[in-house]
Design a protein around this ligand. Sequence first.
Ligand SMILES: CC(C)(COP(=O)(O)OP(=O)(O)OC[C@H]1O[C@@H](n2cnc3c(N)ncnc32)[C@H](O)[C@@H]1OP(=O)(O)O)[C@@H](O)C(=O)NCCC(=O)NCCS
Length: 162
Amino acid sequence: MITIRPVRPEDVDCVAAIEAICFPPAEAAPWGALKERIAVFPECFFIAETVGIPIGFINGCITNSSVIYDELFHSTQHHVPNGKNLAVFGLDVLPEYRRQGVAAQLMNHFIQTAKNDGRSSVILTCKDQLVHYYESFGYLNKGISKSTHGGSRWFDMILTFD
Ligand SMILES: CC(C)(COP(=O)(O)OP(=O)(O)OC[C@H]1O[C@@H](n2cnc3c(N)ncnc32)[C@H](O)[C@@H]1OP(=O)(O)O)[C@@H](O)C(=O)NCCC(=O)NCCS
């Protein structure tokens, strides 16, 4: 059984290890950035675990911007606690636990959190091959993002609540 729970400070080593497995070095958030995010806005960070072992996570911040911009990744100062939109920085699931809906559980939890907190939307950037996956949650593709994070091409996606 998979459980989704809020992050805890002691998760940082595990989370950094999962991030390094899931993303290439140019895209992976380093240990220090993850530690700071967990310290400053833990309410935007959730862990998926099975039998008490973390196997994936979703994290982000709050912003009034309707699109992700690269500075959001690099400084926790861009977090606006009472902002309109919940931004997704990363969605990670360890390879051996993929294709069982773990990421979907994390995403649905994140979306529900945004709704419960009265946000207007959830925003994210993703690569071409995952556009259809996020569309399945109701996200709209706004086209190519200004983000050049890790030197890749990204698409801006937004899920707006009525
Ligand atoms: C993307 C990721 C989070 C999905 O995790 P997951 O738990 O396997 O996701 P789910 O089980 O909810 O959904 C699986 C679906 O995602 C889509 N998907 C996942 N990876 C894909 C890829 N590389 N290309 C195309 N579709 C993909 C498919 O639709 C897949 O469904 P299928 O198994 O029927 O083909 C996981 O593969 C991962 O951690 N990847 C590396 C990090 C990453 O790219 N994160 C997303 C960008 S922020």
